[in-house]
Design a protein around this ligand. Sequence first.
Ligand code: F0G
Length: 449
Amino acid sequence: MKTIIEPFRIKSVEPLRHTTREEREQLIKKAGYNLFLLEAKDVLIDLLTDSGTSAMSTEQWAAMMRGDESYAGSASFFRMQRVAQDLMGFRHVIPTHQGRAAERILFSVMCRPGQVVPNNTHFDTTRANIEFAGARAVDLPVAEAADTQARLPFKGNMDVAALEKLIETEGAHRIPLIMVTVTNNSGGGQPVSMRNLEAVRAVATRHRIPFYLDACRFAENAWLIREREAEYHNWAPREIARKMFSLADGCTFSAKKDAFANIGGMLCTNDDRLAAQETNLLILTEGFPTYGGLAGRDLEAIAVGLEEILDPDYLRYRIASTAYLGRHIADHGVPIVEPPGGHAIYIDAARMLPHIPRAQFPGQALAVELYRHAGIRSVEIGSVMFGAAARHELLRLAIPRRVYTQSHIDYVVEAILEVNANRQNIRGMRIVEEPPFLRHFSARFDWAG
Ligand code: F0G
């Protein structure tokens, strides 16, 4: 059979609420044309993020009832630790309330002012936490990533020659760690190849610099390696993931992505001395090391989710359904970041709306129009989010895991194609009010001109 189906059936449902175009025009105006400021009940299909928005399985809900809420020595922690260690192989597993808490602890312990942390592309919280520790966050994506239309298999890779050059100019002693983000979220959700991870590992070893993964979407990356890197066609996703982790000295992880959990994260390392420092900081702000800011039931959900995420049927469906959305809009003239990656489709809004200058935020204008037209919520990843540092003007359509069915996606496709047919009439936007940092969350907009 060629048809790929959702490899689950639905036991518990949440109703969706339709609104009229007139209602949506009022609602988005009241929200200052910022989709973060909408109430979720006024959104029909919510593609704002794939983070913490997964549908949990019956096994996860059942495990939650077993949650051991002991302050110290919770059985749920040891279960989660066993699953994580079996998969990732790291000596220390430190639970945190989400990914950015792991980042904050890692960088507070490892970074000093004036130091430099390279990554293929830092996520915004990663960059912010490095800068908060006084260090500098440097992105080293491969050159091919600059062309959104190039259909290459591993546009998430790190530029290894640029990494060597950075080490040469800065000196290895000023680089406390090298990070690689799988998949490369800020770089269009593109995967990183095993060959690239091995090359980064070799550079890190040569210069004695620790190498960490930002492992948020490790399972989607593992499946894309299986599909796109010849040697791995017959490997189980678990074995590919194990090999990816075996190349690193540690990782940060947001369980809100590839563990199907609604909250949670972890910081892992093989370094006993670092682990001791990290654990001390954890106790100060997150909690005792056997819960780290989470309830025992959350640890249970993560333990089960980490196993379920590597099911080949799930990953085959997951990657195929993301590509389904991508191909159905791109093959009808909507420019996306090619090729489709793991968790989201990114529309190249600057290319789709060439009549809107970058200073008038084409990604934001498109996000607003998609909501007004069809009640779909997406997120701008461009000049609103990154200011002058934005490399592209993108609109991200992130797909929550196991939440929407193919008919929901068909509705999204139809809406985007209708918006595209009417694109000449979409107007640019201007900011009328903005906070001093991370402005995308709360800025207010109006029409330009
Ligand atoms: N690293 C990457 C690559 C991420 O995508 C995220 C979160 C984090 C770290 C931080 O994890 O949210 O658990 O603190 N990304 C979400 C998104 C918010 O929408 O892409 P967190």
